[in-house]
Design a protein around this ligand. Structure first.
Ligand SMILES: [Zn+2]
Length: 358
């Protein structure tokens, strides 16, 4: 039952508040009909019925007022990233260029999302985001498996879940426009109800996300093979840990005592690439990942479970990492331009942080 409610919300997004609005309208209609026959009862219950109705009205009006989402990531067109676009096109059977956007951000990660405009009448717009650190650290083979995994998410319709859940939560919170939880009892009651509902919704959503990851891994394996998918999993796990140890953790430490913004992250990644990819420590990092305790709040299943899902009980032997993806799949100057651009933005933010921090 809970899973069914979650599926409906993930499917309808903000519009999933409409059943509550409809229910309030039915209550109002019944109340109006009862007015003639049971006048006294109707008058006594009037405050409750009107509260429910006005709350629902606020929900319905709020639906129209949800802010649109704007991203601050870098959009890479086909001139900047011809190879990555070609790879995406090859792996995605339903590829239509006008409905695809490729974004680059600063995470060691990749993700895919889709937005349906005008209730899906004109198809879905799919946005894939790939982190620059991933494009620098991983080779083309690994990124191919990552892209295949993201494409599988889209094909299996896992994509817009988190956006729709967030939309639903935002739409539900519109009820507070009418009933402020600080001043009104109705608001306080609604906040308590909403809070417990959102808690289980998020828990169910995390469980569903973990299942989706395993399905997307199998989808990727169908396209690029189990060995390549497992290799990418191992590299992402190991290089992620190496990046934290060699770049992000030291950077965080330096920030604490800094007067000036320290050397920015992308520059550090490029400088320490050989260390990050050093085979010995990388294998040790992958092995540590295998036995690491799993965070129950994670949207991703444990590393060992993902490998087992592909048929590996242990870390498979993997080939050395080849040339950086960004060198191979992007235009000639893209690597330097993107690095400079993100580092410049980071430096600005870091300088502010350091100055305010004193
Ligand atoms: Zn995934």
């Amino acid at each position: 039952m809970k899973r069914l409610v979650l599926k409906i919300i993930l499917c309808l997004g903000r519009y999933a508040v409409l059943p509550a609005v409809a229910l309030a309208c039915v209550i109002m209609a019944i109340w109006l009909m009862a007015m003639d026959r049971y006048t006294i009862t109707a008058l006594v219950t009037a405050p409750v019925v009107f509260s429910i109705f006005l709350g629902a009205l606020a929900l319905a009006i709020g639906l129209l007022l949800l802010p649109s989402r704007k991203h601050g990531n870098f959009e890479a067109n086909e001139e900047i990233a011809p190879g990555l676009w070609a790879m995406w096109k090859e792996l995605d059977r339903s590829f239509v260029r006008s409905r695809r956007t490729l974004l680059i951000n600063t995470d060691f990660n990749a993700s895919i999302g889709e937005v349906s405009r005008y209730a899906g009448l004109f198809g879905q717009h799919v946005t894939m985001t790939v982190g620059l650190p991933m494009l620098i650290v991983l080779d083309e083979r690994a990124v191919r498996a990552v892209v295949a995994h993201e494409v599988a998410h889209a094909r299996l319709r896992h994509t817009s879940g988190s956006i729709r859940l967030a939309d639903f939560i935002a739409a539900s919170e519109n009820v507070f426009l009418y009933a402020n939880p600080e001043w009104t009892i109705t608001g306080r009651v609604i906040r308590a109800l909403l809070h417990s509902m959102l808690e289980w919704l998020e828990k169910e959503y995390r469980a569903l996300s973990r299942e989706n990851e395993l399905h997307a891994d199998l989808g990727a394996a169908e396209q690029v093979g189990r060995a390549e998918t497992a290799r990418a999993l191992v590299l992402v796990e190991a290089c992620g840990t190496r990046l934290t140890d060699l770049v992000f953790a030291p950077l965080e430490k330096e920030m604490l005592g800094a007067i000036h913004a320290p050397r920015p992250p992308i520059e550090r990644i490029v400088k320490q690439l050989a260390d990050i990819r050093a085979p010995g420590p990388m294998i040790a990092a992958a092995a540590a990942g295998l036995s690491r305790e799993h965070d129950p709040d994670s949207t991703h299943p444990p590393f060992s479970k993902r490998l087992a899902n592909l048929g590996y009980a242990d870390i498979p032997e993997i080939d050395e990492v080849g040339i950086s993806t960004i060198e191979q799949l992007f235009s000639r100057d893209a690597a330097t331009d993107l690095a400079a651009r993100f580092d410049r933005e980071w430096r600005k933010k870091a300088q502010d942080w350091v100055t305010i921090g004193r």
